[in-house]
Design a protein around this ligand. Structure first.
Ligand code: HAM
Length: 420
């Protein structure tokens, strides 16, 4: 161990565990890549005001959880706590919304940072795969994204997750509801901080986890009753499309989400085996965000799925992904001459596309073979002086234990055929 450790709330991804992360990222991005989403990558940090304005000055993410820094040049930056504001900023900056048909569909994968109290499933550095569909107001787009996330989870074998769905209304009906709700909440017996929240973000109060608060919220005015006709029609179309696609969901009027940019459709994927950090992913529509960050009106929708929590969900369901071994051939040299010849062969095999590793260091046959087994390779190539003198190497099938000599000049061809 060195003097240093990974910072609090972070952990390293190391083999073989890290392979599961790669497989999960692949499984989540696969359905997106097959549905017209293009890959986007943005910097790990942005102007702090992008998040203050975009995610919202009243959210925990902005007020408590952002890693902010002042550069030597005096710029105020923040490590990205989420991806939506950055991706929209990048799309606007590149004028993607002017270059062809809308929506602009983008997917991303990366690290995000929130200064949260660490616990299982909640880290200060975590990993998301996300998707944003920018510049179209169409219930089919909301449905598409939810269906693709559902497919991604199912392709991993996950079953014990649920989809919670809500509509938060739009700029017509939400302000009206907000006032009605504030009127109700002001009459309750609540602590100072919660009273302050009533004035800044009353919908978040509905989300309060404390039983004594929830008791008082019985009979609170419901947003569903206050949705305008356009929002109601939009929401019932999203629901109908999901039902037609065979994707089950639960209506959850209390689903508010922790970011301020949402309008209309919001959803969360929760897994029942994860304890308190049960949200494996979430998202929704954010029709006003572009204007909030200085862009034109661009109604949009997206989600982000947490890779760390998806891996925990796999563990909770006892699912082991079928990850093929990274190496299919392991070359074991016995002696100096064999090292040179086999090393050359290894390079040829790799060029031919056969995943190959080599027994490095002066080791005994036994310890080389141990490494060959550990690599997961199906075949070992073993050669000593006597084999080479005859122009041969020994090809050992690690599964059956069978061994056969093959001519040096046939090795690449044979192994390419075998490992195809
Ligand atoms: P979010 O709900 O804040 O949404 O995060 C999405 C997912 O990221 C969560 O469901 C969770 O799995 C994971 N996550 C968040 N914080 C942590 C943490 N501290 N540790 C581990 N995992 C975490 C967003 O970020 C929005 N940008 C989603 C979106 C995209 N909305 C529209 N487009």
């Amino acid at each position: 161990m060195s003097t240093f450790k990974a910072p609090k709330g972070t952990f390293d991804l190391i083999p073989p565990y890290s392979a599961t992360y790669l497989a999960v990222r692949d499984a989540i991005s696969g359905p997106l890549r097959r549905s017209g989403y293009g890959y986007v990558e943005t910097p790990g940090f942005e102007d702090v005001n992008l998040f203050a304005r975009g995610v919202g000055e009243s959210t925990d993410i902005v007020t408590k959880e952002m890693y902010t820094l002042t550069t030597k040049g005096g710029s105020e930056l923040a490590l990205r706590p989420e991806g939506t504001a950055s991706v929209l900023r990048a799309a606007l900056e590149a004028s993607l919304h002017k270059q062809g048909n809308l929506p602009v569909k983008l997917w991303y994968s990366g690290s995000y940072y929130r200064y949260e109290r660490p616990q299982k499933g909640r880290y200060r550095h975590f990993s998301q795969v996300g998707a944003e569909a920018i510049g179209a107001e169409d219930p089919a787009l909301d449905a598409e994204l939810i269906i693709l996330a559902d497919q991604a989870y199912r392709s991993l074998g996950l079953r014990n997750f649920r989809i919670l769905l809500n509509s938060l209304g739009d700029k017509e009906c939400r302000p009206v509801y907000r006032e009605v709700l504030q009127g109700f909440l002001r009459g309750l017996d609540l602590d100072e901080e919660t009273r302050r929240r009533i004035e800044i973000n009353p919908l978040r109060v509905l989300d309060d986890k404390r039983a004594e608060v929830q008791k008082q919220l019985v009979g609170a005015p419901s947003l569903a009753d206050h949705l305008c006709d356009a929002c109601k029609a939009y929401h019932s179309e999203v629901r109908a499309l999901l039902t037609a696609a065979g994707v089950a969901f639960e209506d959850d009027e209390k689903l508010v989400r922790g970011l301020d940019y949402y309008t209309r459709t919001t959803f969360e994927f929760v897994h029942d085996g994860l304890g308190s950090q049960s949200a494996v992913g979430g998202g929704g529509r954010y029709d006003g965000l572009s204007e909030m960050i200085g862009g034109p009106a661009l109604p949009s929708v997206g989600w982000a799925l947490g890779v760390d929590r998806t891996v925990l969900a796999l563990e909770a369901e006892g699912i082991e992904l079928d990850i093929p071994p990274a190496t299919s051939v392991f070359a074991v040299p016995l002696g100096e001459e064999a090292r040179r010849v086999l090393f050359g062969l290894v390079t040829e095999l790799r060029k031919a596309g056969v995943a190959t590793d080599f027994g490095y260091g002066a080791k005994s046959l036994k310890s080389h073979m141990k490494n060959a087994h550990r690599s997961g390779a199906r075949y070992a190539l073993v050669a000593g002086e006597r084999d080479l003198a005859e122009g041969l190497v020994q090809l050992k099938d690690m599964e059956t234990g069978e061994q056969e000599p093959i001519a040096l000049d046939r090795v690449v061809e044979e192994l390419r055929a075998k490992s195809a």
